[in-house]
Design a protein around this ligand. Structure first.
Ligand code: GLN
Length: 512
């Protein structure tokens, strides 16, 4: 296969198969995606950095391997990938979409990047995000927003809007994101892609720029469930460089996804979370969700309602715990060690403290400053018990809600996001309405349990919706099976994968 617009629309697993059959080379895959990136970027802006030269070298290195050496590599070997610019990459500028890190070229690779390189997966570039992964629309990037390929007047969600749009627009078959409160799953829902937040500790955070360390996880962004499973197996498993990494190998997720594709869910108990949905949820989102649940039942799953009574407090607890950790983690950007340094103007004492103040004033955007101030306040003496202490108690209650729920069912489901993609500017003046986007995704981060989002079809407005599956801790494979089953059932219902409905003017004219 040589036609660019055809080859880029395959799943990563299909690309890998063509690689094995000798129908395409890794170099051709990289070149095809770089062509699409060139055509798409003026309207999408998913990338902050394009690493064409490095990617071509990595592809050539894979193509030069012997058949036996290729055979020994993971299934997705040779398939290119895009990386959220929240993950450090040796030799490629890494900014977290902040001015304060502009020009910083990391001297080392994150563990996930080392593993991708060991698997010979070429890195196409770094994708856009809300500054330091703080936001739900990618509008808080210091380098301008990413647009949603389904409607370029709308946001792709956030913070990982760059990775989601890149995969949705066929600029990359795979991407990595980071998810602290939903930044992989919510953009997945808004762009019609699959997004996974693994169990906390299941994927190394070494080299992931810290936002809120007790919540952050790196995970896959793909177009199919099986692609995510295969990718998570590559990046997952124990890493001695991350003290919170679970000392166990990655779970058998690809096998679970392949089993799910047979569409037999007999014996599986699915719980509908009573507290997620209703008021504030778009009718089209709820309708697609209910239809998806009916499909799960039709495949043999038993569906029951489950109550998680403390979930209504999750958002409030998150917006205390997360900014507290942000205020501590972002203290390292002080003008001394990385990136930007702004000296005080003439007449102002040239002290270290003043240099830090001027650097942070110039280097951080409004949303980041808001969270640093909020977190510093929540942690301050006299307020600690009232705010941070209470939020941690709520966190424990949410963990107990999950424990009780998983005594009753195997897997939980909910809509991923209350609405489809919204317009630029719609929520920028009202942080609360922006924060409400994460109402369904945050409980999983607070409890450390794995969760993923897959497309649930188009809403009445013609835009993608998402359904979320949540599994017990360290049982990531449990959510992959029903997700893959539903993906197959919905593909039949909608006469093909969701991206067949996407208009792709940037692919026109990309020929042989
Ligand atoms: N949108 C959420 C926030 O603004 C989640 C961010 C994330 O997962 N990185 O905090």
């Amino acid at each position: 296969m040589t036609n660019t617009s055809n080859v880029v629309q395959l799943s990563a697993t299909q690309m890998a198969e063509e690689l094995r059959n000798g129908e395409v080379s890794s170099r051709e895959l990289v070149d095809a995606h770089l062509d699409v990136i060139e055509q798409a970027e003026p309207s999408i802006h998913a990338f902050l950095q394009i690493a064409g030269e490095q990617a071509r070298e990595q592809a050539d290195a894979f193509d030069a391997l012997s058949a036996d050496d290729k055979q020994a590599l993971p299934e997705l070997a040779g398939v290119p990938i895009a990386i959220k610019d929240m993950i450090v990459t040796k030799g490629i500028e890494t900014t977290a979409a902040s001015k304060i890190l502009q020009g910083w070229i990391p001297p080392y690779d994150a563990t996930v990047i080392e593993r991708l390189k060991a698997a010979h997966m070429p890195i196409l570039g770094k994708t856009n995000l809300d500054e330091f992964a703080q936001g739900s629309s990618t509008e808080h990037s210091a380098y301008g927003p990413t647009r949603n390929p389904w409607d370029t007047a709308r946001v792709p969600g956030g913070s990982g809007g760059g990775s989601a749009s890149a995969v949705a627009a066929f600029e990359a078959p795979l991407a990595l994101g980071t998810d602290t409160g939903g930044s992989i799953r919510q953009p997945g829902a808004l762009t019609g892609t699959v997004g996974v937040k693994p169990t906390y500790g299941g994927v190394s955070r070494y080299g992931a720029i810290a936002m809120a360390s007790s919540l952050d996880q790196i995970g896959p962004v793909t177009r199919t469930v099986l692609d995510s499973a295969l990718l998570q197996e590559i990046i997952g498993g124990h890493d001695p460089k991350d003290s919170t990494s679970i000392p166990a190998p990655a779970r058998p997720m690809a096998a679970a996804a392949r089993e799910g594709a047979t569409r037999d869910l007999k014996g599986m108990k699915v719980g509908l979370i009573k507290e997620i949905g209703g008021e504030g949820f778009q009718p089209g989102v709820e309708a697609r969700f209910r239809e998806a649940v009916a499909q799960l039942e039709a495949m043999g799953a038993e569906v029951v309602e489950v109550s998680c009574p403390h979930f209504p407090y999750a958002l409030g607890a998150y917006y205390i715990i997360m900014p507290s950790e942000v205020s501590s983690n972002l203290a390292r950007y002080d003008g001394m060690r990385y990136g930007l340094r702004v000296m005080p103007p003439a007449g102002v004492p040239q002290t270290a403290a003043n240099m830090m103040a001027y650097t942070r004033e110039a280097g951080f955007g409004d949303e980041v400053k808001r969270r640093i101030i909020l977190g510093t306040y929540a942690l301050s003496a006299g307020y600690y018990d009232a705010w941070y202490g209470s939020a941690q108690k709520v966190r424990t209650l949410i963990i107990e809600d999950f424990n009780r729920a998983f005594e009753q069912v195997d897997v939980l489901v909910s809509p991923t996001s209350p609405s489809t993609a919204f317009k630029f500017g719609e929520k920028m003046d009202d942080p609360m309405s922006m924060y409400m986007n994460d109402i369904a995704t945050i409980p999983a981060n607070l409890a450390g349990v794995p969760a993923l989002s897959i497309p649930a079809g188009l809403s009445d407005d013609g835009l993608p919706t998402g359904i979320q599956f949540i599994a017990p801790q360290q049982r990531d494979e449990v959510m992959y099976k029903p997700a893959a089953a539903l993906e197959a059932a919905l593909e039949e219902q909608w006469h093909g994968p969701i991206w067949q409905s996407l208009n792709t003017p940037w692919l026109e004219g990309l020929g042989a």
